[in-house]
Each structure stands twice: as structure tokens, then as C-alpha cells.
Ligand binder design. Structure first.
Ligand SMILES: [Zn+2]
Length: 168
């Protein structure tokens, strides 16, 4: 049988909260499969990464009084003893906010733009002049315009299941 070259990854853990049993189950399954492939003589690259940027991380970091980068670093440090304890060995662990990922993502975007696959449109979005940033839907809370439930996120109502763009 010829040797297979395999690339294996797990769902990237979203770094807005601590490691939990749901994470370790997937890693054990992937690690067992990777070991079985190697025992059959196949070549495996087993990689993972922290899924770092995003509104839930920014919100959790702000609550914890940390920068998003520090928050993600602390979550990542808390995971290691669990991976080590279960003998789960990734060949490489990275971060979606890494310089390599920035460079590659930007190159993919620029290549698509140069090939004419990306068009520019004007959109309306809320802006926070104090923080000097555009606000994702998760940062906007208020009354649902349809069922008038209080304290609902800007993109959907968890009471009546309406989905909408924030009012402008
Ligand atoms: Zn509603």
C-alpha cells in the first residue's frame, strides 16, 4: 500500500472561554485517528490553532480587563495542561491572528481582488466614536422591534426568533 499524506485538523477552538470537556472529546478522537494512520505508515500533519479575533472575544476580554491578545494568550495557556495530560500531540499549534495568517489571508484577498472576484459596495454600520470602531451586531443590544422583548442582540431576537439588521 502506498503511503498517504494527510492533513488533519480539529474545529479551531474559539478562544472566548476556558477549555472544557467538549473540546477534549474532539481532540481525543482526532489524536487517536492520527496515531492509527501513523501506525499504518501514513504521513500525517496534525495541526490546530486558536480562533482568535471576533466580537465575543472582545466582549469577554473587556469584561476581564485584558486586551484581546492577552485574553487569548491566557486561554491558550490554560489548555496546555489538558492536552499534555491526555497525551494529545499536535505537530503545530498556531493562532488565526498570527503574522503568517495575516500575510496569507491578505494575499488571498488581493489575488481575488486582482482577478475581479471582489466588488466594493457601500454599507451602513453603527460606529462608536469613543472607542473609534465600527460595532458588530453583538455589541448592540436593545428592544426587539417586532415582539418588544428587552435586551436582545442587534442581529436577532432570542424570544421571537426574528433576524434583522440593526435599525439605522
Ligand atoms: Zn422579538
Amino acid at each position: 500500500m502506498s503511503q498517504r499524506k494527510l492533513f488533519v485538523t480539529t474545529a479551531l477552538p474559539y478562544a472566548n472561554g476556558n477549555f472544557h470537556i467538549g473540546h477534549i472529546m474532539e481532540y481525543i478522537q482526532a489524536d487517536a485517528w492520527v496515531r492509527a494512520q501513523r501506525m499504518q505508515g501514513n504521513q500525517v500533519n496534525f495541526v490546530g490553532a486558536d480562533d482568535a479575533p471576533g466580537a465575543p472575544i472582545m466582549i469577554a476580554a473587556e469584561k476581564a480587563g485584558k486586551t484581546p491578545q492577552q485574553f487569548v494568550a491566557d486561554i491558550a495557556a490554560g489548555r496546555k495542561p489538558y492536552l499534555d495530560g491526555f497525551h494529545i500531540a499536535f505537530d503545530n499549534w498556531s493562532n488565526t491572528d498570527s503574522p503568517e495568517n495575516h500575510t496569507l489571508s491578505q494575499q488571498i484577498y488581493l489575488d481575488l481582488k486582482a482577478a475581479g472576484f471582489i466588488e466594493t459596495r457601500t454599507i451602513e454600520q453603527f460606529f462608536d466614536p469613543e472607542k473609534n470602531m465600527f460595532l458588530p451586531d453583538r455589541f448592540i443590544k436593545g428592544e426587539c422591534p417586532r415582539c418588544h422583548a428587552k435586551d436582545q442582540y442587534g442581529d436577532n431576537c432570542e424570544v421571537c426568533s426574528s433576524v434583522y439588521a440593526p435599525p439605522t
